[in-house]
Write a protein that binds this ligand. Structure first.
Ligand code: GRG
Length: 311
């Protein structure tokens, strides 16, 4: 895909994703308005929307090719994964975790609404994500589409598995436990943290897209491996950006890993080798992507864009 074509498609997909994310938010209620506002605040603060974009692109590989209309089920799951991702950031920024005041260039949710409301907004986003995926399954049953209902249930299982104790929460736990160890964190431990905290949700995005689109087990396994590689490249690049990045562009402080004497891929392997690893695992993902059906041009360009990302 030509650079300009890719940028145009990317921008229009981000705009459509943002429309869906907002449209799918829960109704307002006067007594729970504050938490609803905090959910919306955290969700509409920008962000790259990578997980829904990856999900949509994987879905398209197995349905009718490029630019498929986003139907009810895909819209529900694209929203659910971004709600889960947003909840994880809202909770990660809390005083009890990273105590961060800025994210995506704006004050963090707890800084605006208070830490109690920050906890609740994260909880509400997580609960609401699975309300959406359950509704999608129920609607398919009511529409007498057992095949789609089964896909929704399988996709929901993957999402809960990858976001929970076996996935992102497990990774966050390992990360918190490693904090006290300063620079005495082993490479094995660090890879576990990266794979789980960052990789699992990217794996889920691709797997859910594939499952909803009708992919068989073998292809879903390949999507999982591709997600794992992209997640690893993404996180190593994140470690690099914490050293060479620009606060304005990133929308958050840089240099925090060094200030916290944190072990990162960069502290273990140096900047140059870290970027080489970003490229190696990204190309591994691209090679595996070639084995999947459908038009891979958008997924290919999206993965390549992340190799040198600056935000
Ligand atoms: C609190 C359960 C719980 C988990 C938190 C995601 C996470 C785990 C912590 C956030 C801190 C961090 C550096 C995570 C690594 C993953 C990562 C780079 C997240 C940011 O994802 P982007 O860059 O964010 O896609 P945007 O803002 O673009 O949506």
């Amino acid at each position: 895909m030509q650079d300009n074509d890719f940028k145009n498609v990317l921008n229009s997909r981000i705009a459509e994703t943002e429309r869906i994310l907002k449209a799918n938010l829960p109704e307002e209620n006067k007594y729970s308005k504050t938490v609803r506002d905090a959910m919306e605040y955290s969700l509409t603060a920008g962000g790259k929307r990578l997980r829904p974009l990856f999900m949509q692109a994987a879905y398209e590989l197995f349905s009718c090719g490029d630019n498929v209309t986003i139907g009810y089920e895909l819209s529900a799951f694209m929203s659910a994964i971004e709600y889960i991702h947003t909840y994880s950031l809202v909770h990660d920024d809390l005083p009890a975790m990273d105590n961060d005041e800025y994210r995506r260039g704006r004050l963090t949710t707890w800084k605006v609404y208070g830490d109690g409301m920050g906890v609740l907004a994260g909880d509400a986003l997580l609960n609401y994500a699975f309300e959406m995926t359950s509704k999608a399954a129920l609607r398919a049953i009511e529409n007498k589409d057992p095949d789609m209902a089964e896909r929704c249930i399988r996709a929901s299982m993957v999402l809960s598995d990858k976001a929970g104790i076996y996935g992102m929460i497990g990774g966050q736990c390992a990360d918190i436990c490693a904090e006290g160890k300063g620079s005495n964190v082993s490479k094995e431990e660090l890879l576990f943290i990266h794979e789980h905290k960052t990789g699992c949700l990217i794996e889920a995005a691709l797997m859910v897209g594939g499952i909803l689109g009708g992919a068989g087990k073998e292809d879903v396994d390949k999507l999982e491996k591709i997600g794992s590689d992209i997640g690893m490249a993404f996180q190593i690049r994140d470690d690099i950006l914490d050293v060479i990045g620009n606060t304005e562009e990133l929308g958050k402080k840089v240099g925090s890993d060094e200030a916290n004497q944190k072990t990162t891929y960069v502290t273990l392997n140096g900047l140059e080798n870290s970027q080489k690893e970003v490229e190696r695992v990204s190309y591994e993902a691209l090679t595996l992507l070639d084995e999947l059906p459908g038009d891979k041009a958008f997924l290919n360009s999206l993965t390549k864009m992340l190799i040198g990302r600056t935000k």
